[in-house]
Design a protein around this ligand. Structure first.
Ligand code: MTE
Ligand code: MO
Length: 167
């Protein structure tokens, strides 16, 4: 009895703080948009959740389709004052987006690829999958590209988006 009591206490100490940490980690986590922007921004999951969300479907490796919801990259970039649409011309076409993840993984998109006036295929920074916040191995922020055949640019656990000039 005594042993199982200690075991129970140990379980509470081990499991409960972990569960709390998981939730607060998602709450505290943020994504930054910086570099060639008017105003750098740092957004939390709840900030993005208040914005207009767009849905993109993607099949997983077992061919099961999932509905991801998130903010379109173009909208996200406009919160930082990045020039898009008619203003995206001339030297601005030399800009690219460097997407960085917590494991050091990096991928880039040309800025024009994220502008719906150039490319109608949507790219979102997803915060939800099938209606729930993303699991920690994917999120809290996950780039999802509509209809892209290869999975490698769907960056999981995004921490920052940097707007840069190719020179
Ligand atoms: N952060 C991060 N995202 C990543 C990767 C990675 O190594 N780190 N690998 C990419 C590659 S190469 C693929 S094929 C897909 C795999 O996603 P899946 O495990 O959800 O199928 O994730 C992409 N996103
Ligand atoms: Mo991959």
């Amino acid at each position: 009895m005594r042993i199982s009591y200690y075991f129970f206490l140990l379980m509470l100490l081990e499991v409960f703080p972990l569960a709390v940490d998981g939730q607060s980690l998602t709450k505290q986590a943020s994504v930054t948009i910086s570099g060639e922007v008017k105003t750098p921004v740092e957004l939390k999951v709840e900030d993005i959740n208040k914005m207009e969300l767009t849905q993109v479907t993607k099949k997983d490796k077992n061919q099961v389709e999932h509905i991801y919801s998130g903010i379109e990259l173009s909208q996200l970039l406009s919160t930082a004052g990045v020039a898009l649409g008619k203003e995206l011309r001339g030297e601005h076409l030399l800009k690219y987006l460097l997407i960085e993840a917590s494991d050091g993984y990096q991928v880039l998109f040309s800025l024009a690829e994220a502008d719906p006036e150039f490319v109608s295929r949507k790219i979102i920074l997803a915060i939800k999958k099938d209606g729930s916040l993303l699991p920690s191995d994917e999120g809290p922020f996950h780039i999802i590209i509509d209809g892209e055949g290869r999975g490698s640019r769907n960056v999981r656990q995004v921490t920052s988006i940097k707007v840069k000039f190719a020179d």
